[in-house]
Design a protein around this ligand. Structure first.
Ligand code: GLU
Length: 270
């Protein structure tokens, strides 16, 4: 009887050690979602193609450039040991969550604001940049602030949180705002040029590029919100979420995020 229980105890110990070793090995590899990226040998990242300084496709070289692109490269280096093993997939405010959900990208680094509602659907890293909603208007329209848009139409992108936030600001100012939603930002610029909307609104970082495309427009200086950007991963991919959080925290603590913002001329107005 004694012998049998000794055998049982030894078997149990061996089993426990096996389980411990296996989980240690999984931890070293980074867990299932990180392991999947390692096996593929390439990190897939959803980025913007039209946000200068953040995620921008240089049409001359065909390369993606900007602050968010550099962050993506640091994450690729951490996972795969090579900052070049990366595929950039252009996304818009409307498409980014779906691309993440259906697994076409491992993460999204695309001016994606952290909000409590979105936290229910996706995971976010700590904040890597803070921006704010602004207004792009025609120079000759005589519009100086949000209050002047009382009764007028503001063009916003589908999938963006812009209208929600501006509505709250409008209520405070006693201005009743109307909104028109568009699939993409270039379509909102066209609508502004055609007079179908009286303002084009989204984050200042995004609007800067569209202001540069049309000299008859002006970006009003006032910010109407604090947009805190986070790297987004699919819910359930906890190992990847934790790894990304660690990379962002390290880049922040070492001062590298500030250096990168200076490099791309986007040092945030803190
Ligand atoms: N950052 C804002 C948002 O996430 C604007 C949309 C965008 O990033 O294009 O709602």
């Amino acid at each position: 009887m004694k012998r049998i229980s000794r055998i049982a105890v030894s078997l149990f110990v061996v089993l426990l050690a096996g389980v411990l070793l296996a989980s240690l090995a999984a931890m070293a590899a980074g867990g299932p979602s990180v392991e999947k990226i390692k096996q593929r040998g390439e990190l897939k990242v959803g980025v913007k193609a039209d946000v200068l300084g953040f995620g921008f496709k240089n049409l001359q070289t065909g390369e993606f450039e900007g602050y968010e692109i550099e962050i993506a490269r640091r994450i690729a280096k951490e996972i795969l040991g090579d900052a070049k093993k990366i595929e950039f997939v252009p996304v818009t405010a409307k498409t980014r969550a779906a691309l993440l959900d259906n697994g076409e990208v491992d993460m999204v680094i695309a001016t994606f604001t952290i909000t409590p509602e979105r936290r229910k659907i996706v995971d976010f890293s700590p904040v890597y940049y803070t921006d704010g909603i602004k207004l792009l208007v025609k120079k000759d329209a005589g519009i100086k602030s949000l209050k002047d848009l009382d009764g007028k139409v503001i063009g916003v992108a589908k999938g963006a949180d812009t209208a929600n936030r501006l509505k709250q600001q409008g209520e405070k100012l006693g201005a009743s705002l109307r909104f028109a939603e568009f699939e993409t930002y270039p379509e909102i610029l066209s609508a502004l040029q055609a007079g179908r909307v009286q303002a084009f609104s989204t984050d200042g970082s995004i609007l800067k590029y569209y202001e540069s495309l049309d000299k008859s427009t002006v970006l009003l200086p006032q910010r109407y919100s604090a947009e805190e950007y986070g790297v987004t991963t699919k819910r359930g991919n906890d190992d990847l979420r934790d790894l990304v959080a660690r990379v962002i925290t390290d880049l922040d603590k070492s001062g590298e995020l500030d250096r990168l913002q200076d490099k791309f001329g986007i040092a945030s107005e803190k």
